[in-house]
Design a protein around this ligand. Sequence first.
Ligand SMILES: [Zn+2]
Ligand SMILES: [Zn+2]
Length: 364
Amino acid sequence: MKVNAAILYETGQPLVVETIDLAEPASGEVLIRMVAAGVCYSDYHIINGEWQHPLPAVLGHEGAGIVERIGPDVTRVSPGQGVILNFRANCGVCHYCVIGRPVLCNGIATPRNTMFDGTSRLSKNGSILHHFSRTACFAEYAVVPESGAVPVSDEMPLDKACLAGCAVMTGIGAVVNTAQLSAGATVMVLGCGGVGLNIIQGAALRGARKIIAVDMLDNKLEYAKLFGATNCINSSKIDATKEVVEISGGGVDYAFEAVGNVSTVRQAYDMLGPGGTLVMVGMAPEQKEFSINALSLPRGEKTITGSWYGGARPWVDLPLLTKLYLDGKIQIDPLISRSYPLDRINDAFRALVAGEVARSIISF
Ligand SMILES: [Zn+2]
Ligand SMILES: [Zn+2]
Protein backbone atom coordinates (compact mmCIF):
# COMPACT_ATOMS: atom_id res chain seq x y z
CA MET A 1 0.00 0.00 0.00
CA LYS A 2 1.02 3.63 -0.48
CA VAL A 3 1.59 5.64 2.71
CA ASN A 4 2.96 9.05 3.57
CA ALA A 5 6.05 8.83 5.75
CA ALA A 6 8.91 11.01 7.00
CA ILE A 7 12.22 9.69 5.73
CA LEU A 8 15.76 10.46 6.83
CA TYR A 9 18.02 10.19 3.77
CA GLU A 10 21.11 11.85 5.17
CA THR A 11 22.22 12.83 8.67
CA GLY A 12 22.12 16.53 9.40
CA GLN A 13 19.40 17.04 6.79
CA PRO A 14 15.64 17.59 7.34
CA LEU A 15 13.29 14.62 7.09
CA VAL A 16 11.54 14.30 3.73
CA VAL A 17 7.79 13.65 3.83
CA GLU A 18 6.73 11.66 0.79
CA THR A 19 4.71 8.70 -0.39
CA ILE A 20 6.37 5.30 -0.05
CA ASP A 21 5.37 1.64 -0.29
CA LEU A 22 4.49 -0.43 2.76
CA ALA A 23 4.23 -4.20 2.26
CA GLU A 24 1.57 -6.33 3.94
CA PRO A 25 2.36 -7.79 7.38
CA ALA A 26 4.15 -11.15 7.15
CA SER A 27 3.86 -14.03 9.64
CA GLY A 28 3.73 -12.73 13.22
CA GLU A 29 3.35 -9.11 12.11
CA VAL A 30 0.65 -6.49 12.46
CA LEU A 31 -0.37 -3.49 10.34
CA ILE A 32 -1.17 -0.43 12.46
CA ARG A 33 -3.00 2.70 11.32
CA MET A 34 -1.12 5.34 13.30
CA VAL A 35 -3.12 7.86 15.32
CA ALA A 36 -0.24 9.78 16.92
CA ALA A 37 3.53 9.60 17.35
CA GLY A 38 5.70 11.48 19.83
CA VAL A 39 8.81 13.38 18.81
CA CYS A 40 11.62 12.13 21.05
CA TYR A 41 15.30 12.93 21.34
CA SER A 42 16.25 9.37 20.42
CA ASP A 43 15.04 10.03 16.87
CA TYR A 44 17.06 13.22 16.88
CA HIS A 45 20.24 11.33 17.86
CA ILE A 46 19.96 9.60 14.48
CA ILE A 47 19.05 12.75 12.57
CA ASN A 48 22.12 14.57 13.90
CA GLY A 49 24.40 11.55 13.45
CA GLU A 50 25.18 10.97 17.15
CA TRP A 51 23.88 7.41 16.77
CA GLN A 52 24.72 5.28 13.75
CA HIS A 53 21.79 3.88 11.79
CA PRO A 54 21.49 2.56 8.23
CA LEU A 55 19.82 5.09 5.91
CA PRO A 56 17.45 5.91 4.38
CA ALA A 57 15.16 5.14 7.28
CA VAL A 58 11.69 5.87 8.60
CA LEU A 59 12.15 7.05 12.20
CA GLY A 60 9.58 7.25 15.01
CA HIS A 61 9.39 4.91 18.01
CA GLU A 62 6.79 6.45 20.36
CA GLY A 63 3.41 5.74 18.83
CA ALA A 64 -0.14 4.55 19.19
CA GLY A 65 -2.71 3.49 16.65
CA ILE A 66 -5.35 0.99 15.68
CA VAL A 67 -4.74 -2.50 14.35
CA GLU A 68 -5.80 -2.45 10.70
CA ARG A 69 -4.85 -5.99 9.63
CA ILE A 70 -2.90 -8.90 11.05
CA GLY A 71 -0.53 -11.25 9.29
CA PRO A 72 -0.59 -15.07 9.58
CA ASP A 73 0.04 -16.68 13.00
CA VAL A 74 -0.86 -13.57 15.01
CA THR A 75 -2.76 -14.52 18.17
CA ARG A 76 -2.39 -11.71 20.68
CA VAL A 77 -3.93 -8.75 18.83
CA SER A 78 -6.89 -8.38 16.51
CA PRO A 79 -8.14 -5.79 14.00
CA GLY A 80 -9.82 -2.76 15.53
CA GLN A 81 -7.86 -2.85 18.80
CA GLY A 82 -6.08 0.28 20.02
CA VAL A 83 -2.40 -0.41 20.65
CA ILE A 84 0.69 1.31 21.99
CA LEU A 85 3.87 0.51 20.09
CA ASN A 86 6.64 -1.19 22.07
CA PHE A 87 9.97 -0.22 20.52
CA ARG A 88 11.69 -3.25 22.08
CA ALA A 89 9.65 -5.97 20.40
CA ASN A 90 11.03 -9.17 21.90
CA CYS A 91 11.23 -12.91 21.24
CA GLY A 92 9.52 -14.09 24.45
CA VAL A 93 11.70 -17.15 25.00
CA CYS A 94 15.34 -16.07 25.51
CA HIS A 95 17.01 -15.87 28.94
CA TYR A 96 16.20 -12.15 29.38
CA CYS A 97 12.60 -12.55 28.24
CA VAL A 98 11.90 -15.39 30.66
CA ILE A 99 13.50 -13.64 33.65
CA GLY A 100 11.21 -10.64 33.06
CA ARG A 101 13.70 -8.28 31.43
CA PRO A 102 12.43 -8.19 27.84
CA VAL A 103 14.16 -4.86 27.14
CA LEU A 104 17.40 -6.86 27.14
CA CYS A 105 16.06 -9.58 24.78
CA ASN A 106 18.85 -11.13 22.75
CA GLY A 107 16.80 -13.82 21.08
CA ILE A 108 16.43 -12.09 17.71
CA ALA A 109 19.53 -12.36 15.54
CA THR A 110 18.50 -9.86 12.86
CA PRO A 111 19.27 -6.13 13.13
CA ARG A 112 16.67 -3.83 14.68
CA ASN A 113 16.30 -1.81 11.49
CA THR A 114 14.51 -4.84 9.98
CA MET A 115 11.61 -7.11 10.86
CA PHE A 116 12.45 -10.31 12.80
CA ASP A 117 13.05 -12.16 9.50
CA GLY A 118 15.73 -9.65 8.50
CA THR A 119 13.75 -8.00 5.70
CA SER A 120 12.06 -4.61 5.41
CA ARG A 121 8.40 -3.82 4.68
CA LEU A 122 9.30 -0.27 3.59
CA SER A 123 10.46 0.75 0.12
CA LYS A 124 10.50 3.63 -2.31
CA ASN A 125 10.62 2.95 -6.07
CA GLY A 126 11.78 -0.59 -5.29
CA SER A 127 14.66 0.48 -2.99
CA ILE A 128 14.59 -0.64 0.63
CA LEU A 129 14.02 1.82 3.47
CA HIS A 130 15.02 0.84 7.02
CA HIS A 131 12.67 0.61 10.02
CA PHE A 132 13.87 2.46 13.13
CA SER A 133 13.43 0.25 16.22
CA ARG A 134 11.00 -2.02 14.35
CA THR A 135 8.40 0.73 14.84
CA ALA A 136 9.02 3.31 12.06
CA CYS A 137 5.89 5.19 13.11
CA PHE A 138 6.51 8.58 11.49
CA ALA A 139 4.17 7.23 8.84
CA GLU A 140 0.42 6.91 8.35
CA TYR A 141 0.71 3.14 8.73
CA ALA A 142 3.36 0.90 10.28
CA VAL A 143 4.07 -2.82 10.16
CA VAL A 144 5.44 -4.09 13.47
CA PRO A 145 6.09 -7.47 15.12
CA GLU A 146 3.15 -8.72 17.17
CA SER A 147 5.09 -8.28 20.44
CA GLY A 148 5.62 -4.64 19.45
CA ALA A 149 1.91 -3.76 19.50
CA VAL A 150 0.42 -3.85 22.99
CA PRO A 151 -3.41 -3.58 23.21
CA VAL A 152 -4.82 -1.05 25.65
CA SER A 153 -8.28 -0.23 27.01
CA ASP A 154 -10.80 1.15 24.48
CA GLU A 155 -11.28 4.10 26.83
CA MET A 156 -7.67 5.22 26.40
CA PRO A 157 -7.34 8.19 24.00
CA LEU A 158 -4.64 7.12 21.57
CA ASP A 159 -3.25 10.63 21.04
CA LYS A 160 -2.29 10.53 24.74
CA ALA A 161 -1.40 6.84 24.77
CA CYS A 162 1.44 7.32 22.32
CA LEU A 163 3.59 8.99 24.98
CA ALA A 164 3.29 5.90 27.16
CA GLY A 165 5.24 4.14 24.42
CA CYS A 166 8.46 5.95 25.34
CA ALA A 167 8.55 9.03 27.62
CA VAL A 168 6.08 7.91 30.29
CA MET A 169 7.36 4.33 30.40
CA THR A 170 11.01 5.40 30.41
CA GLY A 171 10.52 7.94 33.19
CA ILE A 172 8.12 6.15 35.53
CA GLY A 173 9.80 2.81 34.83
CA ALA A 174 13.21 4.22 35.84
CA VAL A 175 11.73 5.04 39.24
CA VAL A 176 9.50 2.02 39.79
CA ASN A 177 11.22 -0.83 37.92
CA THR A 178 14.88 0.19 37.97
CA ALA A 179 15.37 2.19 41.17
CA GLN A 180 12.45 0.58 43.04
CA LEU A 181 12.32 3.86 44.91
CA SER A 182 11.23 3.67 48.53
CA ALA A 183 8.72 6.06 50.09
CA GLY A 184 10.34 8.94 51.92
CA ALA A 185 13.43 9.01 49.70
CA THR A 186 15.04 12.21 48.48
CA VAL A 187 15.29 12.52 44.72
CA MET A 188 17.04 14.77 42.21
CA VAL A 189 16.08 14.78 38.53
CA LEU A 190 18.48 16.43 36.13
CA GLY A 191 16.80 17.32 32.84
CA CYS A 192 13.08 18.12 32.74
CA GLY A 193 12.08 17.10 29.21
CA GLY A 194 9.48 14.45 28.41
CA VAL A 195 11.40 11.71 30.24
CA GLY A 196 12.55 13.82 33.20
CA LEU A 197 9.00 15.01 33.90
CA ASN A 198 7.88 11.40 34.07
CA ILE A 199 10.68 10.56 36.49
CA ILE A 200 9.32 13.39 38.63
CA GLN A 201 5.76 12.08 38.52
CA GLY A 202 7.00 8.54 39.13
CA ALA A 203 8.87 9.73 42.23
CA ALA A 204 5.75 11.56 43.44
CA LEU A 205 3.69 8.41 42.84
CA ARG A 206 6.12 6.41 45.02
CA GLY A 207 5.96 8.93 47.87
CA ALA A 208 9.35 10.62 47.60
CA ARG A 209 9.91 13.15 50.38
CA LYS A 210 11.77 15.67 48.25
CA ILE A 211 11.89 15.88 44.47
CA ILE A 212 14.44 18.40 43.30
CA ALA A 213 14.17 19.31 39.62
CA VAL A 214 17.24 20.71 37.83
CA ASP A 215 17.22 22.21 34.34
CA MET A 216 18.73 25.17 32.50
CA LEU A 217 15.38 26.45 31.23
CA ASP A 218 12.75 28.10 33.42
CA ASN A 219 9.86 26.87 31.23
CA LYS A 220 10.94 23.26 31.89
CA LEU A 221 11.05 23.94 35.63
CA GLU A 222 7.49 25.26 35.47
CA TYR A 223 6.45 21.92 33.96
CA ALA A 224 8.41 20.16 36.71
CA LYS A 225 6.30 21.82 39.43
CA LEU A 226 3.15 20.65 37.68
CA PHE A 227 4.39 17.04 37.84
CA GLY A 228 5.32 17.11 41.54
CA ALA A 229 8.74 18.73 41.96
CA THR A 230 9.12 20.15 45.47
CA ASN A 231 12.17 22.28 44.60
CA CYS A 232 13.35 23.70 41.27
CA ILE A 233 16.88 24.80 40.41
CA ASN A 234 17.97 26.60 37.26
CA SER A 235 21.51 25.28 36.79
CA SER A 236 22.40 28.04 34.33
CA LYS A 237 22.08 30.58 37.12
CA ILE A 238 23.38 28.90 40.27
CA ASP A 239 25.67 26.04 41.38
CA ALA A 240 23.10 23.24 41.23
CA THR A 241 25.33 20.63 42.91
CA LYS A 242 25.89 22.79 45.98
CA GLU A 243 22.21 23.70 46.14
CA VAL A 244 20.99 20.09 45.87
CA VAL A 245 23.40 18.91 48.55
CA GLU A 246 22.18 21.68 50.82
CA ILE A 247 18.43 21.18 50.21
CA SER A 248 18.69 17.42 50.72
CA GLY A 249 20.81 17.69 53.86
CA GLY A 250 24.00 16.14 52.50
CA GLY A 251 23.07 14.71 49.10
CA VAL A 252 20.10 12.84 47.67
CA ASP A 253 19.20 9.15 47.93
CA TYR A 254 18.51 8.94 44.18
CA ALA A 255 19.88 11.08 41.37
CA PHE A 256 18.30 10.55 37.94
CA GLU A 257 20.19 11.83 34.92
CA ALA A 258 17.81 12.41 32.02
CA VAL A 259 19.95 14.46 29.65
CA GLY A 260 22.49 11.97 28.32
CA ASN A 261 25.43 14.32 28.62
CA VAL A 262 28.76 13.28 30.16
CA SER A 263 29.08 16.42 32.27
CA THR A 264 25.56 16.14 33.70
CA VAL A 265 26.10 12.45 34.51
CA ARG A 266 29.08 13.46 36.63
CA GLN A 267 27.12 16.35 38.12
CA ALA A 268 24.28 14.01 39.09
CA TYR A 269 26.77 11.61 40.73
CA ASP A 270 28.21 14.49 42.76
CA MET A 271 24.73 15.26 44.13
CA LEU A 272 24.42 11.83 45.82
CA GLY A 273 24.54 11.42 49.56
CA PRO A 274 25.97 8.36 51.32
CA GLY A 275 24.30 5.17 50.08
CA GLY A 276 22.89 7.05 47.11
CA THR A 277 22.06 5.63 43.69
CA LEU A 278 22.71 7.29 40.36
CA VAL A 279 20.25 6.13 37.70
CA MET A 280 21.42 6.92 34.18
CA VAL A 281 18.37 7.35 31.99
CA GLY A 282 19.52 9.89 29.41
CA MET A 283 20.96 8.39 26.24
CA ALA A 284 24.43 9.75 25.47
CA PRO A 285 25.96 9.99 22.01
CA GLU A 286 27.84 6.79 21.12
CA GLN A 287 31.54 6.58 22.20
CA LYS A 288 31.21 8.91 25.20
CA GLU A 289 32.78 8.02 28.56
CA PHE A 290 32.70 9.59 31.99
CA SER A 291 34.91 9.29 35.07
CA ILE A 292 34.40 9.45 38.82
CA ASN A 293 36.70 9.25 41.80
CA ALA A 294 37.17 5.49 42.29
CA LEU A 295 37.30 5.59 46.08
CA SER A 296 34.08 7.58 46.38
CA LEU A 297 31.98 4.64 45.22
CA PRO A 298 32.92 2.05 47.90
CA ARG A 299 33.48 4.58 50.63
CA GLY A 300 30.05 6.09 50.09
CA GLU A 301 28.41 2.73 49.30
CA LYS A 302 27.05 4.30 46.16
CA THR A 303 25.40 2.58 43.22
CA ILE A 304 25.42 3.51 39.55
CA THR A 305 22.83 1.84 37.39
CA GLY A 306 21.39 2.27 33.92
CA SER A 307 17.76 2.22 32.91
CA TRP A 308 16.65 1.64 29.32
CA TYR A 309 12.99 2.09 28.46
CA GLY A 310 12.34 2.15 32.21
CA GLY A 311 13.21 -1.55 32.48
CA ALA A 312 9.86 -2.05 30.76
CA ARG A 313 7.84 -5.23 30.67
CA PRO A 314 5.65 -3.65 28.01
CA TRP A 315 2.80 -6.18 28.09
CA VAL A 316 2.41 -5.58 31.83
CA ASP A 317 3.49 -1.97 32.16
CA LEU A 318 1.79 -0.27 29.18
CA PRO A 319 -1.70 -1.46 30.19
CA LEU A 320 -0.84 -0.47 33.79
CA LEU A 321 0.22 3.05 32.75
CA THR A 322 -3.03 3.31 30.80
CA LYS A 323 -5.01 2.36 33.92
CA LEU A 324 -3.10 4.87 36.06
CA TYR A 325 -3.90 7.57 33.49
CA LEU A 326 -7.59 6.66 33.29
CA ASP A 327 -7.79 6.57 37.12
CA GLY A 328 -6.29 10.08 37.28
CA LYS A 329 -3.14 8.92 39.09
CA ILE A 330 -0.67 10.06 36.41
CA GLN A 331 -0.80 12.97 33.97
CA ILE A 332 -0.10 12.77 30.26
CA ASP A 333 -2.09 15.71 28.82
CA PRO A 334 0.25 18.47 30.09
CA LEU A 335 3.21 16.66 28.49
CA ILE A 336 1.78 17.37 25.06
CA SER A 337 2.73 20.96 24.36
CA ARG A 338 2.02 20.89 20.63
CA SER A 339 0.52 18.76 17.90
CA TYR A 340 1.86 18.90 14.33
CA PRO A 341 0.74 17.32 11.07
CA LEU A 342 3.28 14.93 9.54
CA ASP A 343 4.37 17.43 6.90
CA ARG A 344 5.55 19.81 9.65
CA ILE A 345 7.65 17.21 11.46
CA ASN A 346 10.86 19.19 10.97
CA ASP A 347 9.27 22.10 12.89
CA ALA A 348 8.52 19.66 15.71
CA PHE A 349 12.20 18.62 15.88
CA ARG A 350 13.31 22.26 15.82
CA ALA A 351 11.01 22.97 18.82
CA LEU A 352 12.38 19.89 20.65
CA VAL A 353 15.99 20.94 20.20
CA ALA A 354 15.20 24.54 21.20
CA GLY A 355 13.66 23.26 24.46
CA GLU A 356 10.34 24.96 23.70
CA VAL A 357 8.17 21.94 24.46
CA ALA A 358 7.73 19.14 26.99
CA ARG A 359 6.74 16.93 24.07
CA SER A 360 5.24 17.42 20.62
CA ILE A 361 3.18 14.80 18.88
CA ILE A 362 2.57 14.15 15.22
CA SER A 363 -1.17 13.64 14.61
CA PHE A 364 -2.22 11.55 11.63
ZN1 LIG B 1 11.98 7.90 22.91
ZN1 LIG C 1 13.96 -12.56 24.09
